[in-house]
Design a protein around this ligand. Structure first.
Ligand SMILES: [Zn+2]
Length: 223
């Protein structure tokens, strides 16, 4: 029986690395798969991991139809045993429904990898639909850490170094604090991401701010 599996974790929990490893493991057994991604940090149509591995992939645009794509490929004689779907949080709910149909009707395994919640702590629509539909949802064992050492469960977005909790849901940046890695948005704001524990996400306490506060003679500005 084919399955729809959702593997989730925070931004630097190693999801893309696991996506590529999963692809490798199945390909090594002679199975034939296809890779998909959306807004990968390396650019369109590539699955890239922070450890330096990359693989070509099909970019999932908002109007991409997984069901149509799969039926067309099979009709043309292609063999498909599994899909690797990276950055699945960016897929639409409809696309996740299509993936469930591909699993059930065409017996193709679908392995999805993605972040659960956005920088506002809200579920991404694609992730919400995956939690609703997946045969299994697994939280990745490689856990990212907040600067305080606690388990990082939330994704923070910073703009020019300041944490924000409002804005467009999809702005691609990196968790690397190196300004070179930050994405220059249209209005020339440096957007970056950082993983935090819930307490420090609630307080807007990024690593940089914690450092600044610890050097400041003022009392801690906690409410
Ligand atoms: Zn913390």
């Amino acid at each position: 029986m084919a399955e729809l599996i959702f593997r989730t974790g925070t931004m630097d929990a190693g999801k893309s690395t696991l996506a590529l490893q999963t692809n490798h493991n199945h390909a090594a057994r002679g199975r034939v798969g296809r890779l998909f991604t959306s807004h990968d940090r390396a650019g369109a149509a590539v699955v890239s991991s922070r450890l330096g591995l990359t693989a070509l992939a099909q970019e999932v645009e908002p109007d991409f139809d997984f069901w149509r794509y799969t039926v067309d490929a099979l009709t043309q004689g292609a063999r498909i045993d599994y899909f690797i779907c990276d950055e699945a949080q960016f897929y639409t709910a409809e696309q996740v429904d299509q993936l469930a149909k591909v699993v059930d009707e065409l017996q193709i395994d679908v392995f999805c990898f993605g972040i659960l919640t956005d920088f506002r702590t809200r579920l991404f629509p694609g992730s919400a639909r995956l939690v609703e539909l997946a045969d299994r949802t697994e939280v990745l064992q490689v856990e990212a850490l907040c600067w305080c050492g606690k388990r990082a469960t939330h994704n923070a977005r910073t703009e020019d170094g300041v944490m924000v909790t409002e804005g467009e849901v999809i702005v691609v940046g990196d968790v690397d604090t190196d300004p070179e890695a930050a994405v220059h948005a249209a209005d020339d704001v440096d957007v970056a991401y950082e993983v935090l524990c819930r307490q420090h996400h609630r307080r807007g306490m990024t690593a940089a701010r914690a450092r600044a506060v610890s050097l400041s003679p003022e009392p801690l500005p906690f409410p």
